[in-house]
Design a protein around this ligand. Sequence first.
Ligand code: PMP
Length: 308
Amino acid sequence: QSKLLPYAFFEGEFVPADQAKVSIATHALQYGTGVFGGIRGYLDRDGETINIFRLPDHARRLMQSARFLRAELPYDADRVAEIIVELVKRNAPTFDIYIRPFIYKADLELGPKLKGIRDELAIYMIPLQEYLPITHPIRLMVSSWRRVEDNIVPSRGKVSGAYINSALARDQAEECGFDDAIMLNAAGKVAEGSGANLFIVRGGALITTPVTADILEGITRRSLLEFARDLGIPIEEREIDRSELYICDEAFLCGTGVQIAPIGSIDGRPVGNGQIGPITARLQQVFFALVRGEESPYQHYLTRVKIE
Ligand code: PMP
């Protein structure tokens, strides 16, 4: 179980995290009418700075997700980012953290609807190391659960209730002895992991599904496409067939929690030689050098918060 950092943002104020509590009748608790974000803050190699990865982009995506819920809040993305920086300062962590902003329907109202129900913003933080292994390859299975389709619940938003879908797939995978699941979309094409986007490598090209394949518009995904392009690696955003998973040379999951997790096998079939592939390793290098505060052409993606 994760331990909350001491302070949270709740109902417009910074409060001790154990005081940030809602009623059992809260709309979001009953109907899943919330949207959330997931942001990482990495301890810089200087030991006194938290490097938040792409904070403005995460704040923007959160507000974009909130639009699906017709949320009305007195904050814009810039203000949410400022509050997050302030909360990091108050918590003053000396370790890697995960930041979870949450916009939710806070009224105690009966009935599934969106309009006219009061919205709130809450933010908490927890320590977070690895969510999935990154130094050795993971074992995945293709889930029998299909990824929630955009015509059912907006897939490109991080909608709380929709994560039942991820949870069903993840549990199934774990109970079958795998680390995580790959989900196909309703059309039967590869979508993504239970909480991460998917890349494969074939013939030296880095391939990932388009954002119209019922996936979350991942910020790590977008970053890695940029890093790969700058490294001169050919990139393709196109539909991926299930059978390509069985013949690709490399594959990895990527996301804020997952970071970059190399895939060693899918449905028991080795990916490449079953080891971490060269393109995966190269992208890991670029990513971790950046977030740890080493010299990097992507430093503009960090919000550096000095811990006093
Ligand atoms: N897909 C899903 C379903 C996710 O929950 C996440 C994690 N936010 C991702 C992809 C990766 O997105 P990001 O890189 O923005 O964290």
